[in-house]
Design a protein around this ligand. Structure first.
Ligand code: NAD
Length: 490
């Protein structure tokens, strides 16, 4: 891998001065330096994106955009191993999960390559003498700001629909994990996407990110990250009434009904919270278990959680890797202590794993942790921990559990385990979340709308309807009568 990663502005690698280091979270080792953008670099990136938008991209035929997006996907597939290895190195997450993320990033480009040629307007005979038709036009320059938990996948979720719609992009990856995003933007250029269409700037969110999100040359902000950051970005974007998409935090419920297949429910619920070391926005981190099956379910859940293999992220047999940083480790650990202080019972985890190889002595590993005896008002049941910690809450009735599940500021995903089809549909309809999964834990497939309600944000990604968020509808009204136009009867 390279030792240094540059920004990419107008198709060129840019290094204008300062740099920062990125680490392998599993070992604490520095793995590369990255160029740090100045505010002038952000200006240049936005200018390049504006020029490319007006000069080339919005005029590029949809079929050509299809070919270019397919080419990006093709090159990503050729470089699959390199992308997976780099992502594992920079995130410390288990390779078993990262392989799926990289596959999905590729499929996002394939999905939007197909979607590009299906962006249609409508016709409407508005009056006998007026024909109205609509054009779907790209919104323009998009600032896209992404988090560290799925660096490549989040970059793909952002870039692919924007390019499909005819927008241009300035992407800002998280400072902890910029490497695969840089690689992806390089691949976009290798595929033949013209200079200036996809630009990438790096650096701290509070300065570079905030400046980009407020930039008057930007037409839309697409943000994924914490709810508090989203609020501040929205306030900045409001100054010039930018369009916005917000994919923010979560505290998603997972409900085990008494008629569930308990084997599936145990295995699926473990994945739903501990995959990606628990650092997923849709982590089903509040586990509601019906009192009739509580003891049996919890005993199995804890026994199998203890059997999860945690260690070397590059080892395909590992289920769980490292957390992203020392700071995140401390946040997770402090939440476990807060939970215990609130009266929760620690059933397993709550510490660094023992017996890790010497190489990982400075890594940020944290054991998958189960807290029971939790009630829904506790901080550990209300606040996003963003680590491998699940809280278990016992309930008695369907009505009660729906109320508890909805009692949160967030509304991203929910999972149900039941063999009663009527109940599954009934409860799915009552949950205040953007996504409900029934009898399995998987939430994201290209083509499936992904996003949340309440303080999880607004807008849906990953789907065909996402293109509406990157296009404006223009109404054209054409006079078709042979009579003169004289509204005032002059
Ligand atoms: P974060 O909000 O700290 O940072 C996200 C990005 O915003 C980074 O690139 C950061 O540099 C930038 N940033 C920070 N402050 C900024 C500011 N004031 N102005 C502009 N940009 C700024 O989030 P994180 O810690 O990187 O990621 C974890 C969060 O992301 C969690 O809350 C998680 O739930 C959320 N997330 C949500 C989804 C979703 O689809 N809903 C998906 C993944 C992650």
């Amino acid at each position: 891998m390279a030792e240094h990663y540059s920004m990419i502005i107008n198709g060129e690698a840019v290094d204008t001065g300062e740099t920062f280091a990125v680490q392998n979270p599993a070992t604490g080792e520095k793995i590369a330096t990255v160029a740090q953008a100045s505010l002038a670099d952000v200006d240049r990136a936005v200018e390049a994106a504006r020029a490319a938008f007006h000069g080339v991209w919005k005029k590029t035929a949809p079929a050509k955009r299809t070919r270019l997006l397919m080419k990006v996907a093709e090159i990503m597939r050729e470089k699959m191993r390199e992308l997976v290895a780099l992502e594992v190195l920079n995130t410390g997450k288990a390779v078993s999960g990262v392989i799926g993320e990289v596959h999905q990033a590729i499929e996002d480009f394939e999905f939007y390559a197909g979607a590009t040629t299906k962006i249609y307007g409508q016709t409407y005979p508005a009056a006998p003498f007026v024909l109205n038709y609509t054009l779907k036009e790209p919104v323009g320059v998009c600032a896209q700001i992404i988090p560290w938990n799925y660096p490549l996948m989040m970059a793909a979720w952002k870039i692919a629909p924007a390019l499909a719609a005819g927008c241009t992009v300035v992407l800002k990856p998280a400072s902890l994990t910029p490497l695969t995003a840089v690689k992806l933007v390089e691949i976009c250029h290798e595929a033949g996407i013209p200079p200036g269409v996809v630009n990438l700037v790096t650096g701290p969110g509070a300065s570079v990110g905030a400046y980009l999100a407020e930039h008057p040359g930007v037409d839309k902000v697409a943000f994924t990250g914490e709810t508090e950051t989203g609020k501040s970005i929205l306030a900045g974007a409001a100054k010039t009434i930018k369009k916005a998409t917000m994919e923010l935090g979560g505290k998603s419920p997972n409900i085990v009904f008494p008629d569930a297949d308990l084997e599936d429910a145990v295995n699926g619920s473990i994945w739903a919270v501990f995959t990606s070391t628990g650092q997923t926005c849709e982590a089903r981190s509040r586990l509601f278990v019906h009192e009739d099956v509580y003891d049996e379910f919890v005993a199995k859940f804890v026994e199998r959680t203890k059997s999860l293999r945690i260690g070397d992220p590059a080892d395909k047999t590992m289920h769980v890797g490292s957390l992203i940083s020392r700071k995140q480790w401390e946040t997770v650990d402090s939440y476990v202590k807060i939970g215990l202080g609130e009266g929760a019972e620690l059933l397993c985890g709550g510490a660094r794993p023992e017996g890790l190889e010497e190489e990982f002595a400075d890594g940020h590993f944290y054991l998958p942790t189960v807290l029971a005896n939790v009630h829904n008002k506790m901080r550990v049941a209300q606040e996003e921990i963003f680590g491998p910690v699940v809280v278990i809450i016992k309930y008695s009735t369907e009505r009660e559990v729906v109320e508890l599940a909805n009692d949160t500021i967030y509304g991203l995903a929910a999972t149900l385990w039941t063999k009663d089809t009527a109940r599954a549909h009934r409860v799915a309809g009552q949950l205040q979340t953007g996504i409900v999964t029934v009898n399995h834990p998987y939430t994201a497939f290209p083509g499936t709308p992904f996003g949340g309600s309440k303080q999880t944000g607004f807008g849906r990604e990953l789907a065909f309807e996402t293109l509406n968020l990157y296009t404006e509808t223009k109404s054209v009204l054409v006079y078709t009568s042979d009579k003169p136009v004289n509204p005032f009867g002059l």
